[in-house]
Design a protein around this ligand. Sequence first.
Ligand code: GLN
Length: 274
Amino acid sequence: MCRHLAFLGPPTSLADLLLAPEHGLLTQSWAPRHQRNGLMNADGFGAGWYAPGHAVPARYRRAVPMWADSSFADVARVTTSTAVLAAVRSATPGTTPDEAAAAPYTDGRWLFSHNGRVDGWPRSVETLAASLPPVRLLGLEARVDSALLWALVQERLAAGSSAPEALAAVVQDVSARTTGRFNLLLTDGTTIAATAAGDTLCWRRDGSGTVVASEPSDDGPGWHCVPDGSVLTATREHVHVGPIASARTGHASAQDGAAQDSAAASRSSSSSVL
Ligand code: GLN
């Protein structure tokens, strides 16, 4: 299982967000604390971020461990952003080992990551793959289960689903055909959507911004972990957690009102254990 993180907040350097925290993504690449499968995440990494004046995010990916790329550390030191999605990878056997398979995947403003695996891929999901327009299959970023999940999410987004609806629908569609772990993470730089489906998912929202991550970056206060089977929608102001099942019918859409968001967030907080 990989580890991933998305951030929305005041301008923050990639180094402060990913490298400096005691248990941040850099440390999680060799010593994750809550990872349920796999020991470390040394098969590559990636970061995508939004820069002022550019609608399309920048992306930096490598096939080496995050700790082995001193050039990234130097660039991260001076690169600030208000919206970031990053991941460290533990490659699923049989998938592309190069940087094309490292998250985040992109399409226009979107950045996407998958933390998990599709058991029996690609056979187990061939009917879903066959339902995609050929151009989506031809456009897969790499030969990896995560790229197929991204194509399925893209198709839902293109058909008008909101981000949480698209993620929830894809988790349900794939779960109906096979087992696996389907923690998905998606942002357009304004909203974060994420699923907890087989692995850990936590969030924190405070003055330094909103972070949604596979696991807490530090032992500070304010972290909440969501129950398995949840879909989360986050902005700088609100975090909303609901069941994947109801997201598909639109009950957990990004358009939910502030009152509902706050109520849901505090319900999720009180039921969270960390
Ligand atoms: N299956 C994906 C890959 O191979 C994600 C792996 C993971 O979460 N460890 O990259």
